[in-house]
Design a protein around this ligand. Structure first.
Ligand code: BES
Ligand code: MN
Ligand code: MN
Length: 455
């Protein structure tokens, strides 16, 4: 065993303690109440990077939450890797469903439970650990590293594109590496070459100016909750297809190679559905579950509220009803175009007896890159060195808003090498990260820098 691998194995407990320390900071980007904690988290990460031996570590101000930027440029002539990740997390709610508190990382059965354990602090810390190991063993890294870890990914990465434009020269690199995606199974590594985009909306329906007695007024004016239900029901047809006009027009069809690759993937559809607890699979007719979650667009209600939801009964006709509705997009759909068509469609579905407002929250442009790019081969080799099974090459269903901006502004090849598992409960109570992913992933990152140095 080489010295680097020995070091990585010997220091696993230390790497885990380092991860636990940042998981204790509640860096929830969506909620202004956590603004101070988000900053404290950025400062903590910056300090940690200084101790690993990264030079020029900065906490960069933005209009929103700060970006942590760090460099190590001691390998002249070698390629430069731009590492991207996020230190912010999703809100931990609902709190009562957590077995142990979200910001008190707890180890159970080889899994570390905490908000952000997998998404994305655990994955950022694989890179921190891999860098620390190289610097400790060799006093240097095989490649130059620029690291950019943001604090707004979970709320749309609003400050990122202006940052990329302003820092374009400083961010010059040969390849972008991101660890914020998934594996196909605990022993099945994967590289991701496409992500879905997003349009996130809110529909607000108003009827009377105040709640009304449903005996005195019921039957006389339109109930906004009834109207909203009709609008939402009108968003899909009987085949599970979204009814927004033109929604599918720009959807890029899968190539024959991609279709074959999907058939060859070791994806256990029955187990995937069973793990969710849902009674059966459901989705757009004519497509497999795997296609539905990776390469087909969707439209989903994420939340809705109206009227009385307290104990017992209250005979009331609500004055207001609202829903959050989002659409996952695939190449080559355009968020702005989809939002405009969605808004027009919602207005058409709404009866004249209520007023409707449609808000566009935030979005993400879908991302796709060439799965045959030679840089990706470095990642294939790195994964082959650290896992028994050959890595799968796949599309994923989640969104990372900055990926499209990377392509547009910087144009470098992108490697998405992530280690999440489908039962990691990201964005949900009891998020966890498996130690097999954390330690295996750390090795893969350490080897990736070596493999990239050969380019
Ligand atoms: N890490 C995820 C994205 C992801 C999830 C990629 C699963 C591949 C598989 C990221 O942190 C995330 O949650 N993104 C948000 C983006 C949104 C808030 C704009 C998402 O996908 O909902
Ligand atoms: Mn993430
Ligand atoms: Mn996330």
């Amino acid at each position: 065993m080489d010295a680097l691998t020995q070091y990585l194995e010997k220091h696993q407990d230390q790497f885990l303690e380092d991860l636990k320390a940042i998981l204790r900071i509640p860096s929830v980007s969506a909620d202004p109440a956590f603004k101070g904690d988000v900053r404290r988290c950025a400062e903590h990460l910056a300090q940690h990077l200084r101790t690993t031996g990264m030079t020029t570590v900065e906490v960069v101000e933005t209009k929103g939450h700060p970006i942590v930027y760090a460099e190590w440029l001691g390998a002249p002539g070698a390629p430069t890797v731009l590492l991207y990740g996020h230190y912010d997390v999703q809100p931990p709610d609902p709190l009562d469903l957590w077995k142990t508190p979200p910001f008190e990382p707890t180890l159970r059965d080889g899994k570390l439970y905490a908000r952000g354990a997998c998404d994305d602090k655990g994955q950022v810390y694989m890179h921190c650990s891999a860098i620390a190991a190289h610097l400790a063993v060799n006093g240097k890294l095989p490649v130059n590293v620029k690291m950019m870890i943001e604090g707004e990914e979970e709320s749309g990465s609003g400050s990122l594109e202006p940052f990329l434009v302003a820092w374009k020269e400083r961010l010059k690199a040969d390849v972008i590496v991101v660890s914020d995606t998934s594996m196909l199974g605990p022993d099945q590594p994967a590289l991701c070459y496409a992500l879905r985009g997003l349009v996130y909306t809110q529909i607000e329906v108003t009827g009377p100016t105040r709640d009304l007695h449903s005996g005195e007024f019921g039957g006389a004016v339109k109930n906004p909750a009834n109207a909203l239900a009709a609008i939402l029901a009108g968003l899909h047809d009987a085949d599970g297809r979204c009814t927004v006009p033109g929604f599918y027009d720009r959807v890029r069809q899968l190539t024959e190679t991609e279709k074959q690759a999907i058939r060859d993937l070791p994806f256990d559809e029955a187990a995937f559905i069973k793990e969710t607890g849902a009674p059966q699979a459901f989705g757009e007719k004519g497509h497999s579950t795997y296609e539905r979650i990776t390469s087909r667009p969707t439209c989903d209600v994420n939340g809705m509220w109206s009227g009385y939801i307290g104990e017992g009964a209250k005979t009331v006709l609500p004055s207001f009803a609202a829903a959050k509705v989002s659409m996952r997009l695939v190449p080559d759909q355009k968020p702005d175009e989809v939002f405009a068509a969605f808004e027009a469609h919602v207005r058409k579905l709404a009866p004249p007896s209520v007023t409707v407002k449609v808000v566009n929250h935030h979005g993400a442009v879908p991302f796709i890159t060439d799965p045959d790019h030679p840089m990706l081969q470095a990642a294939v080799r790195a994964l082959a060195r650290s896992w028994a099974k050959k890595p799968a090459l796949l599309r994923e269903g989640g969104s990372i808003p900055v990926m499209a901006a990377f392509q547009k502004v910087l144009g470098y090849p992108c490697i998405l090498m992530g280690f999440g598992l489908h039962d990691d409960q990201v964005h949900a109570p009891n998020e966890k990260y498996s130690l097999t992913s954390f330690h295996g992933g750390t090795k893969s990152c350490a080897y990736l820098y070596e493999e990239l140095a050969k380019h």
